[in-house]
Design a protein. Structure first.
Length: 162
């Protein structure tokens, strides 16, 4: 016997070619406003492109991709943003895009708290050069860290265990 307890559920629907197979959108168009409630998770495999507005009070998980803000796109975060990439056993490297002061969770799966890391982004010069980015990094456990930047960054992180 099934008893309904009054719980309400929300289904994210997708429209157009930006939709993912799980009902979420991989491309948030300029006219779109996506709200992720406190008790909800928004899961994307690959890049999440935000050209419109995304308000996250729950959890946004981007697997093997990046958060890409384009044009006037905004990502308002009062919840959790997780970037998860499957890494090889000897090092971790991933491109990412993040906004200022939004903690970005990285699951590196290296099994250690002893490592060195760099965060860099391409400069606007020709020929192309890279500039190192200062980040606030917190070790969550032997497989997970969070980083926070003071400005919007489209960069690359490299983690090498010692």
């Amino acid at each position: 016997m099934v008893v309904y307890d009054g719980t309400q559920f929300q289904l994210f629907t997708s429209a157009g070619s930006g939709g993912g197979g799980n009902g979420t959108k991989k491309i948030i168009e300029p006219t779109d406003i996506i709200n992720v409630g406190a008790d909800f998770q928004y899961f994307i495999y690959g890049d999440l492109t935000v050209k419109g507005e995304m308000d996250n009070a729950g959890e946004v998980v981007i697997m093997s991709g990046a958060l890409d803000l384009q044009g006037t796109g905004t990502f308002n975060n009062t919840g959790v943003l997780n970037l998860v990439t499957v890494a090889n056993a000897s090092r971790y490297a991933s491109n990412f895009s993040t906004v200022a002061n939004v903690p970005l969770t990285i699951v590196h799966n290296l099994g250690t708290e002893d490592f060195v890391f760099t965060v860099k982004q391409p400069s606007n010069t020709s020929p192309q050069t890279y500039e190192m980015i200062d980040v606030e990094m917190t070790i969550i456990d032997v497989n997970t860290i969070t980083i926070k930047t003071v400005s919007n960054v489209q960069g690359r992180i490299n983690i090498i265990p010692l």
